[in-house]
Write a protein that binds this ligand. Sequence first.
Ligand SMILES: Nc1nc2c(ncn2[C@@H]2O[C@H](COP(=O)(O)OP(=O)(O)O)[C@@H](O)[C@H]2O)c(=O)[nH]1
Ligand SMILES: [Mg+2]
Length: 347
Amino acid sequence: MFNFLKRLRTDKNESVELEPAVVQDPVVEPEVEAVAPENLAAEAIAKQPQHLAAVIEVQLPERSIGKGVRSLFGSDLLLDDLEDILLLADFGVEISLEITEELKKEANRVGASTDAELRLLLMELLTNRLTRADSALNLSDGALPYVFLVVGVNGAGKTTTIGKLSRWLADGDWKVVLGAADTFRAAAVEQLATWAERAACKIVRPLNQGQDPASVAYQTVELAIREDADIAIIDTAGRLQNKKDLMDELGKIRKAVEKQAKISEVLLVIDATMGQNAMAQAKAFAEVANVTGIVMTKLDGTAKGGILYALQKELDLPIKLVGVGEGINDFAFFSPSEFAKGLVAYK
Ligand SMILES: Nc1nc2c(ncn2[C@@H]2O[C@H](COP(=O)(O)OP(=O)(O)O)[C@@H](O)[C@H]2O)c(=O)[nH]1
Ligand SMILES: [Mg+2]
């Protein structure tokens, strides 16, 4: 369980009754450069009503990986089969070998040989190796509003993840503002708007198709500051075909956000069912997007959960969230022990 910092709202009504979804159309389409005085963030903070200036520590409802992770073993765990099984689950060649060697060594050392003993050892080994100190979402530094950018290729699950996250935050009484900076497909904007409705949060949408995503991002943060929101989450396009386009576009969005607020997270969403393609995608994004954490979606649809392990190791970036279904509650904070337990569970 993590403790998070959000705004303290003394107005009881405001804190319990979420406002109905309002679709907020930007009135103007400004040149990002033109409308953004550098000191806007400081001004916004100075203008805050006193009762909103304070932050409080809160806990949010827990979510479990639960049904998401498929077991690696349909029958007894045999050391001779382990490497192949890990390979099939997309752990990758080197990691599969390394884990197998390590488990053999450890089994030898402690004299483990039965299926139950080996499963326990493997579970511990995977848990230890996946545990890192930076797995929690950055919702604790009190630099409100937090701003999350969500990046990744089309179809990875960005919009769905934002929807789930918004609802979870709203359930915990957070004020959320969404930004539809995936401006090229009308359907993408509508999809985010539907999730915004479910989470009862405001959304900034482009005035017209193809509007500069950076201006939407700018206006999203602006609205979040004006509304004293706790967090702004910005959906981005995944259509970009080459690294240069990607870098330019995300760079512009980042600059637009940073005129008014700090970026708390750049979450890279990766579809677990993509196997080794997931690795290539993740590397490309990690190189250009200043990624701070990975969201691995569709763990429910795959027997290849090893890609999660491989990604975290190879990119040296924390997995922060996992998606385990299409429903609004189907996500969890990444927990190494729950994940490892799911992988080595009895069928
Ligand atoms: N099974 C499953 N489907 C998911 C998950 N996350 C997203 N999806 C589905 O993946 C598809 C693409 O998701 P979307 O959010 O539109 O991806 P985007 O293009 O990155 O915004 C949709 O059909 C989602 O319902 C997940 O964790 N599990
Ligand atoms: Mg989308």
